[in-house]
Design a protein around this ligand. Sequence first.
Ligand SMILES: [Zn+2]
Length: 70
Amino acid sequence: MLVRCDDHPSTEKYKHRVDPVGYPDTAAICGRPDCTKPGRILLDEVEWKMYQNGQRVLPGPNRFTKIKAK
Ligand SMILES: [Zn+2]
């Protein structure tokens, strides 16, 4: 999972995009350096399957936090 704003779109691996709860007034901010714009959640294929199965609280690439999707 990555969080990126619309100015910094997905890479090849993370091609599914969902919105965090509250977007665009969200605590999820684009992970690119020097960017402070509200971010959307980018999911890889495995994470996308989890989302399609109803999982809305999604783990990031480390244990810093999880993000809740709409
Ligand atoms: Zn950005």
